[in-house]
Design a protein around this ligand. Structure first.
Ligand code: TEU
Ligand code: CA
Length: 565
């Protein structure tokens, strides 16, 4: 089945940190508009804007107080409309971030609820305390602490799976669901075709609330009984009428079986899904705050399981290494000390030539690394600040906590986009809301655009290749060298009539040099002379014809193409 978005690449902008036009230290829409030519040069098709509705900004916009207004930090509605128009003039669509699992406690609905309006209390999840006054369940907030907050005036608790100012909505209420569809339609009428739905697999809560004796409660509210029903209804009442719509659901702690439902070819729920299993392969004991080295074989097996599983069910997935909640991939699975250029390109090739729609997070395309902040005073993220206290209370030494945060904090991704080598990185004319990492002196857009073999131009090539070769956009995928301990390899195949395209992608994830038997890769009868090099992050290919081997240098990544008809 052909999908309109299989050739597309999405670029994610964290508006707060992309470009500041008015010198208040916070990125804004006029700033983004001034950089659209840069994005057009990169070649992307759609910009996903992180949550930009009116918000107290306690969780950087994921606490929405009014879904019909733009947050004044980012500009006016007119600025937003101009952004849409100017993007469209460059064939770029806009994707908005719909934070529908919860609202800010400053949202009008919640304010009415705590003033005693019962019908608005029903829009949220309010429950009475247990007999001893304790919260209704022992569930944990994803940002730490119990997930229920007591409201003394009402003698009720409300559920917040995230921050205490992010109250979970009750999607059982038809009025809530109708309003969510209205919001989508409002933005759709402004010409927005893309929608990302924040933690959307958490919207269907169970009918009874009980303690979780074995975990933090997520098994009771994740992929709840009516998620698909609600998504189908939202689709029918809003974006389902729009042939240009591109929708993606963020699925927290989900399963392949569920995602096959959410993003299958019937298109009655979502275009595609994000899942995070491949980004937990460096957690010790599944704990985000416990560091472990990358488990490369686990990374491979998870990505292959999802690639093959989604393909088997004719479902579609978003491909990503980075977002505003994740550390920078070049610092995480690459090597930002000795092989930044090679490893950033290798990671890009690995991802962009797989089956799905690639997402690039701002700065990834120039090889930006983690912030490496050395003091808690540099951190801004509510989750990082909460966990600093939690880990301290657990007895961890401050320097160890800082070590964990420098690898895991969401602020690693949220530092300002580095445009040039000046002290403020060309981001703003004054001190930015969060500090600019030291590396920006060398790692920036200006230096990338100067060199034809930069990381930026590698991404540009990958985007072009996806649009040129149907084998990349639509081909099937088969894992290769599955047992190999250091190479991530796969084959893509595509045919139409007599025309056939095959692609073999070899990605070396480590800093060693290794030799591979070409017979294991191409198949016994085939010869390397039948294949052309489509992309390579080194200037040449080391082939030994007599031994029939290929040598991969540190972080080398190559794609070989064979065309036949
Ligand atoms: O994130 C959902 C989510 O669960 C995370 O990625 C979260 O940051 C991480 O698991 C905590 O360890 C989405 C948004 O992307 C994030 O920015 C918001 O903070 C969150 O929802 C709440 O709206
Ligand atoms: Ca600004």
């Amino acid at each position: 089945m052909k999908r309109s978005y299989s050739q597309k690449v999405v670029y994610q902008i964290y508006p707060k940190s992309f470009c500041d036009s008015n010198g208040d230290g916070i990125g804004d829409f006029p700033g983004i508009i001034s950089k659209l030519d840069y994005l057009a040069l990169l070649g992307i098709d759609c910009i996903w804007l992180n949550a930009c509705f009116e918000s107290p900004q306690r969780d950087n916009g994921y606490d929405v107080s009014d879904y019909y207004k733009i947050d004044p930090d980012f500009g006016t509605m007119a600025d937003f409309e101009q952004l849409c128009q100017e993007a469209k003039a460059r064939n770029i669509d806009i994707m908005l971030d719909m934070v529908f699992n919860h609202t800010s406690t400053e949202h009008d609905w919640f304010q009415k609820a705590i003033k005693g309006d019962k019908s608005y209390q029903d829009h949220y999840i309010f429950l009475p305390p247990n007999a001893d006054g304790s919260p209704p369940t022992n569930w944990q907030s994803k940002f730490g602490g119990n997930a229920w907050e007591y409201v003394p005036e009402l003698n009720l608790y409300y559920l917040h799976l995230f921050d205490v100012t992010q109250a979970d909505l009750n999607w059982n209420q038809i009025a809530v669901r109708q309003e969510m569809a209205n919001i989508v339609n409002f933005w759709q009428h402004k010409g927005v075709n893309g929608f990302r739905f924040d933690v959307v697999n958490l919207i269907s809560k169970p009918s009874t609330f009980q303690d979780d004796d074995t975990g933090d409660g997520r098994r009771f509210y994740t992929d709840g009984p009516k998620v698909s029903e609600y998504l189908r209804e939202l689709n029918l009442n809003s974006f389902g009428h729009n042939p240009e719509a591109l929708t993606v659901g963020e699925m927290s702690s989900t399963t392949l079986e569920q995602c096959v439902q959410y993003a299958n070819s019937s298109q009655d729920q979502l275009s595609m899904v994000f899942n995070f299993h491949h980004l937990k392969v460096d957690y010790a004991n599944n704990n985000k705050w416990a560091l472990a080295p990358l488990d490369f074989k686990l990374l491979k097996s998870i990505l292959f399981e999802w690639q093959v599983g989604m393909q088997h069910a004719n479902a579609w997935m978003a491909l990503f290494w980075c977002n505003h909640d994740q550390p920078r991939v070049v610092s995480r699975f690459g090597n930002d000390e000795s092989y930044r250029n090679q490893s950033a390109k290798m990671l890009a090739t690995t991802l962009h030539l797989m089956r799905g729609t690639p997402y690039i997070y701002q700065g990834e395309e120039i090889g930006m690394g983690n912030a490496y902040f050395e003091d808690i005073k540099f951190y801004r993220d509510v989750e990082s600040l909460n966990y600093f206290d939690i880990l301290k209370n657990e007895g961890l030494a401050e320097e160890d906590i800082l070590k964990v945060l420098s690898a895991r904090s969401r602020d690693n991704a949220r530092t300002p986009m580095a445009w040039d080598s000046s002290p403020l990185a060309g981001f703003s004319s004054s001190q930015s809301w969060i500090d600019i990492p030291k590396e920006s002196v060398t790692i920036n857009v200006q230096s990338n655009l100067k060199e034809s073999d930069s990381i930026f131009f590698h991404y540009q090539t990958l985007i072009k290749l996806r649009k040129t070769y149907p084998v990349i956009a639509e081909g099937s995928i088969t894992p290769l060298l599955y047992e190999d301990e250091s190479v991530f390899a796969y084959q893509r195949d595509w045919s139409e009539g007599n025309e056939h395209q095959s692609l073999i992608v070899l990605n070396h994830f480590f800093d060693s040099e290794l030799h591979l038997d070409l017979a294991d890769i191409l198949g016994k009868g085939d010869n390397i002379s039948h294949w052309q090099v489509l992309i390579n992050n080194y200037p040449d290919l080391l082939i030994d014809q007599s031994l029939n081997t290929i040598t991969l240098r540190p972080y080398q990544s190559i794609a070989l193409l064979k065309l036949s008809n």
